[in-house]
Design a protein around this ligand. Structure first.
Ligand code: NDP
Length: 244
């Protein structure tokens, strides 16, 4: 389905990003991933990409560092030859009492989630041709905040709604789509399904269960492939009904 395509997945060393990278490679794409600090984990994902028969590439690139992101895009094109699919996935989960959130935390969270998605999309779009795809991983917390402590995270993820609509308008004339996926509680190191808050999170869903990283990756694959050609400027919840 994605033979001949090249994808870049930010934050591909673990969790949702790693599942997306494996899924894209399994569908035939060549896949570059970035990570912040998990070099050994990133190499393991590279081996999984290559085990599908696809070429892969691993790069350290802090999402808060705009130049590092631009270099990652340029290196993907230089090594893998083109860029068709960008998945903005790298993320952090600042959480805690409102009064204790520092300005540094505000700036870093906005940089890692919102500025990074903007800068990477801007750099990637310069290399994309017709059929290009920009897919960003947001959060159901951009639509429904279920408990206290998430104001900063929710603010940073809701910025992606406007980014996605704007990108759809900017890039539509070039036949490039831009979409957002809003995962709900998903079983990763960020939010383990057996963690202390997990039962509470399950209680906010309609289906009574967590998502798996592969649930999110499946929707990325749908958007990235031919079936996604007329989906743009929208957000798709994959959240077991948290926002229902
Ligand atoms: P994990 O913590 O399991 O993995 C995070 C990934 O992002 C890792 O690959 C990590 O790299 C990378 N990363 C973190 N910070 C940076 C940074 N500054 N620069 C580059 N890479 C970075 O998280 P998830 O897989 O759960 O989350 C993936 C995305 O999904 C995030 O955007 C998150 O907000 C979103 N999401 C997750 C939900 C959940 O319940 N899990 C729910 C809704 C949204 P490294 O290994 O090097 O640290």
């Amino acid at each position: 389905m994605l033979n001949g395509k090249v994808a870049l997945v930010t934050g591909g060393s673990r969790g949702i990003g790693a599942a997306i990278a494996r899924g894209l490679a399994g569908a035939g794409a060549e896949v570059a991933i970035t990570y912040a600090t998990s070099d050994v984990r990133a190499e393991a994902v590279l081996a999984q990409i290559e085990a599908t028969g696809s070429r892969g590439l691993v790069m350290a690139a802090d999402a808060a560092d705009a130049e590092a992101l631009r270099r990652a895009v340029a290196r993907t094109v230089a090594v893998l030859g083109r860029l068709d699919i960008l998945v903005n996935n790298a993320g952090i989960a600042p959480y805690g009492p409102l009064a204790e959130v520092s300005l540094d935390e505000v700036d870093r969270t906005l940089a890692v989630h919102a500025r990074a998605a903007f800068v990477t999309a801007q750099a990637a779009a310069a290399h994309m041709g017709a059929g290009g795809r920009i897919i960003t991983i947001g959060s159901s917390l951009a639509e429904r905040v279920t408990t206290p402590g998430w104001a900063l995270y929710s603010m940073s993820k809701s910025a992606l709604i406007g980014l996605t609509k704007g990108l759809a308008r900017d890039l539509g004339p070039r036949d490039i789509t831009a979409n957002l996926i809003h995962p709900g509680s998903t079983d990763t190191e960020m939010n383990p399904a057996d963690g202390p808050d997990a039962d509470g999170e399950r209680s906010y869903t309609a289906l009574g269960r967590y998502c798996t990283p592969e649930d999110i990756a499946a929707t990325v694959l749908h958007l990235a492939g031919p079936a996604g050609r007329n989906i743009t400027g929208t957000a798709i919840a994959v959240d077991a009904g948290t926002t229902a």
